[in-house]
Design a protein around this ligand. Sequence first.
Ligand SMILES: [Zn+2]
Ligand SMILES: [Zn+2]
Length: 182
Amino acid sequence: MGLNCTKTCRESGVCIWCLEECYTKVCKCSYAHKECSVSLCKQGCICRICNTRFRHSWFLQSLPKTTIEDEQIELMLQARSQNVVRKKRYAYRCWANTFFPVFILYLKRHNARPRNMIISLETVTEDMSNQRSLAQFMMNQCWKQDEIDEHMNMVCTIVDTYNIMDLKIKKELLKCFKKHCR
Ligand SMILES: [Zn+2]
Ligand SMILES: [Zn+2]
């Protein structure tokens, strides 16, 4: 546009590999970054559009590094999600250490061998009479009705979400279950 627009004003386009802005051409028709051209060349050395050989990668612009700000945001998001998992894990552990002792005692009294945590929990959610019998058992152990309801809700939540549950939380639950089975 201006009069000074000479060498400093580089023509740029979009890298055909990563679709980010790029100002080096890898062939007659297209732009690509150094790193991207390596991936590109794995699919063939000649451009299918203009039929020229791709240029040597050392000639090309390097892929711009993510900015410090991007990295900081990324780190912050990572830390936050790790923190959420940690808090959840702690909450599940506290719950498991309160519920599993009475639950395993109940299973043993009913001659059910508590081998698999999730199968044992499913016997409670899938059968109303089992649920009632466990609630009665807990009541005999001096649990209050609202506490029992809360625990039943938690059991349902675990059974329903077990497949998509964070691996660390799953491990935490299994560990607690095993610990109280002994
Ligand atoms: Zn690229
Ligand atoms: Zn080309």
